[in-house]
Design a protein around this ligand. Structure first.
Ligand SMILES: O=C(O)CNC(=O)c1n[nH]c2ccccc2c1=O
Ligand SMILES: [Fe+2]
Length: 211
């Protein structure tokens, strides 16, 4: 019988890779995390959420006059088990077991929990997200995990690049928000980052792990 405490061999290997990257660079990219079919199912669920109107109206990024409001990212929070979020739940389960397989080897951190999943949609009218640190003041969040859902994304035409400015290297990390791509990075001041203006609808799912 499958013993859930024994991570699947490929997952142990994946956990080793994630630990190595986070310890060495503070950033880790895993491509083809769910596979095309399951990744597409997650995308369809997110598109359903979009259609059902549950996303927030999007943060106000600028207001030229009373009429003209430029909206940035729209978000909705989901949890494993929410109605219509079966594949989102599967993704969160995979993330949780991967982090569990890494636990104890993540420097001073001992992961004890996570936020719900924040599904974010950048509508694609040129809004992005200004340079920021996710957790500048020790609010407990230690790892940011972002899963991207954007098929056939072309950075030159669509923008939406995630640029990380790692404090310990004088080298930026440019991450394209590609379909089925998983990104981890330390949430604190080691990793200021920005989302450059997006010109096509851009979906991402973020979970923050805390210790
Ligand atoms: O989508 C990305 O590639 C990176 N995204 C971010 O860094 C990011 N960080 N913090 C947030 C807080 C509230 C709403 C959206 C966000 C957000 O997209
Ligand atoms: Fe962020």
């Amino acid at each position: 019988q499958s013993n859930s405490l024994v991570a699947h061999p490929s997952e142990t290997k994946l956990a080793d890779y994630v630990v190595r990257c986070l310890i060495d660079y503070g950033i880790c990219v895993v491509d083809r995390f769910m596979g095309n079919e399951k990744g597409s199912n997650v995308l369809q669920e997110v598109q359903q959420l979009e259609m059902s109107g549950v996303f927030s109206s999007g943060q106000l990024v600028s207001e030229t006059d009373a009429m003209q409001k430029i909206r940035g990212d729209k978000i909705v929070w989901v949890e494993k088990g929410d109605a219509g979020c079966d594949h989102l739940g599967l993704l969160m389960g995979r993330l949780d077991s991967l982090l569990l397989a890494c636990n104890g080897r993540l420097g001073r951190y001992n992961i004890s929990g996570r936020t719900k999943a924040m599904v974010a949609n950048y509508p694609g009218h040129g809004a992005g997200y200004v340079r920021h640190v996710d957790n500048p003041n020790e609010d407990g969040r230690c790892i940011t995990a972002i899963y991207y859902l954007n098929k056939d994304w072309d950075i030159k035409r669509h923008g939406g690049l995630l640029r990380i400015f790692p404090a310990k290297f004088n080298q930026v990390a440019d991450i394209e928000p590609k379909f089925d791509r998983l990104l981890f990075f330390w949430s604190d001041r080691r990793n200021p980052h920005e989302v450059q203006p997006a010109y096509r609808m851009r979906y991402a799912i973020t979970v923050w792990y805390f210790d």
